[in-house]
Design a protein around this ligand. Sequence first.
Ligand code: 5GP
Length: 194
Amino acid sequence: MEKDIIIFSAPSGSGKTTILKHLFEKNPELFNFSISATSRPKRDNEIHGKDYYFLTEEEFRKKLANNEFLEWEEVYNGTLYGTLKSEIKRIRSNNKIIAFDVDVNGGINIKKLFGDSAVSVFVMPPSVEELRRRLEFRATDSPESIAKRIERSEMELTQSKYFDYTILNDNIDIAVEQAQNIIQTEFKQIFLND
Ligand code: 5GP
């Protein structure tokens, strides 16, 4: 089966989104990103319909009741994140890699749903201390939110074994190079058709 899906998962603050940004810049025509829905408040630098579909918790739960989600998770207490089925229809097109940036459980679930057509990648931070430092430096989350993210990371770090690949994000350039090698190996047909 030809592969057309890549899933990136990691504890929050591992640098997964930064790696994806670099990959996207290196290969501007290659990816279609799945845009998730969330009940989390929008950060100042985020755009509705680009970074996320920002929904109220009520709107999110209504869609859940209507069976509109492919997968969803309560990633942090009371904060819902999920992939809408309509999103897959929107982005499935020939010769593009569908990219998911989801939490660790979401990554495992999406890999199960798509099986051999998906490649899953776990982005590993150098240490929990470094994670904390990065989250504090990013300054987009409250101390309470940072504490929740750190607490959750302990569980998430044990899950890397369920992924096809693990990338250690100690040095961003090396991590991006490893991600680039993975896509070139796994999606040969897309590169050849490029
Ligand atoms: P953030 O609040 O920092 O944007 O994201 C928090 C976590 O939720 C990240 O690990 C992110 O990858 C994850 N996430 C974002 N969208 C989804 C989704 O659609 N499904 C799941 N399961 N997790 C998601």
